[in-house]
Write a protein of this length. Structure first.
Lengths: 220, 196
């Protein structure tokens, strides 16, 4: 048997108020009074309470970390700008990496070249160390004689050069001495001339005085 | 003791933008949850929730504080979800199974395998039944059943009278019950009302 108030919106409101715990005392009393006499509504309320329990089966997926956890709200344009900056950074990073790789390659080539030269120098030294031993006997005497002759020749050449240098220096000194001698002679001559001049003036004055004396005596 | 929503809103309107971060931290999960129920996709829900907070941030200067901040926030999110659902309807119909991929039940108490299977089945049936409701009934049901808003808050969020909210909920529950019974789910629970 159905309820004759099934379309009563007031009763409907009381039902949802009670179902969700928002009914005041009056609403609860009204509904209780109705349910005591209405089996259909009792069955309906029981079914709705069970329905609410079934509705809890639908749950949200596990929550993921969100921006709100950090107290941030990022607008789309900011996210796009961040992507652009990231892209630019990645490009610069790539270019820098390529450039660095090029520089490293050049350095590696230079290092290899130096290493190659070093190996060649070491090989040459090893070859020099591994030369055959010096000759023995007559060959050695001839070699020593040859060496002595070369040393004598070098010594003579050195003495000749030293002799030439010594002569040149002596000639130079002689020139300097001659020049100094001339200078000194000139200075002496100049000094004598001055003395001669002074002496001549003195003599002239003496003669003049003598002349005055003679003249005075003659007058007397 | 943290500041109330009203105090944080007032601070935002006074230029303290960091106060909005606190509001986001407080409400982001619940708004995202509601969006997930409306849209059936966690990814979309995250986008829409973020968009809702952006809209709220831009408009908070004009918020009159006649309604609660949370109701206003739910209103923005609900409108954005409605737009999404409308756009989705005009495009290709989204497969329900596809939507359910991200909507599996997460058991908090680790039920046994057979229980989990039954629970997953029930969750799928419930979800289909809710999806089949009229939009206005679904909104009310989600905001009440899953988000725990009061009738007054729902009325403010949807900008309808409280009586309308109750009527929509009552009808939505009735339809859900019928659908679930058709799917073979028939359960009852004791009601705290004395028998005659």
């Amino acid at each position: 048997m159905g309820c004759d108030r099934i379309a009563d919106e007031g009763l409907q409101a009381d039902k949802v108020d009670v179902l969700y715990g928002e009914a005041d005392v009056e609403a609860r009393a009204r509904l209780e009074a109705h349910l005591r006499s209405c089996a259909a509504c009792r069955e309906e309320m029981s079914g709705l309470a069970g329905l609410r329990r079934d509705l809890r089966a639908w749950r949200r997926p596990a929550a993921r970390p969100t921006l709100a956890d950090r107290g941030l709200v990022v607008p789309h344009w900011l996210a796009a700008a961040a992507l652009v900056v990231l892209g630019l950074g990645a490009t610069l990073g790539t270019l820098g990496y390529v450039s660095l790789r090029g520089s490293l390659s050049a350095q590696e080539a230079r290092a290899e070249e130096l290493d190659r030269r070093h190996r060649e120098a070491v090989a040459a030294l090893q070859a020099a160390v591994a030369r055959p031993p010096a000759p023995q006997g007559a060959d050695a005497a001839a070699l020593r004689a040859s060496l002595d002759a070369r040393i004598d020749e070098r010594l003579r050449a050195t003495e000749a050069r030293q002799g030439e240098r010594l002569e040149l220096r002596l000639a130079d000194w002689e020139e300097r001495l001659e020049a100094q001698r001339r200078i000194d002679m000139a200075r002496v001559a100049a000094g004598l001339s001055y003395l001669d001049g002074r002496h001549g003036q003195q003599l002239a004055r003496t003669n003049e005085l003598v002349g005055y004396v003679l003249e005075a005596s003659q007058k007397r | 003791m943290g500041r109330s929503d009203e105090e944080l809103v007032e601070a935002c309107q006074a230029g303290e933008s960091s106060a909005f971060d606190l509001l986001v931290a407080r409400w982001e999960d619940r708004i995202r949850g509601a969006c997930y129920r409306f849209l059936g996709s966690e990814e979309e829900a995250r986008d829409v929730a973020q968009e809702a907070f952006l809209k709220a941030y831009r408009a908070i200067g004009g918020f009159k504080r006649e309604a609660r901040f949370s109701s206003w926030l739910y209103q923005i999110a609900t409108n954005l979800c409605r737009d999404r659902l409308r756009r989705r309807r005009t495009r290709a119909t989204v497969s329900l199974e596809e939507m359910e991929e991200t909507g599996g039940a997460i058991a908090e108490t680790r039920p046994r395998a057979d229980e989990r299977l039954l629970q997953d089945d029930l969750a799928r049936v419930v979800r289909r039944a809710i999806e089949a409701l009229a939009e206005e009934q679904r909104e009310v049901l989600i905001l009440k059943e899953y988000e725990g808003l009061t009738f007054l808050e729902i009325a403010q969020a949807l900008d309808v009278p409280v009586s309308t909210v109750k009527t929509r909920l009552y009808r939505g529950l009735g339809q859900l019950r019928q659908r679930l019974e058709r799917e073979g789910v028939r359960s009852a629970a004791p009601v705290p009302v004395p028998a005659p």
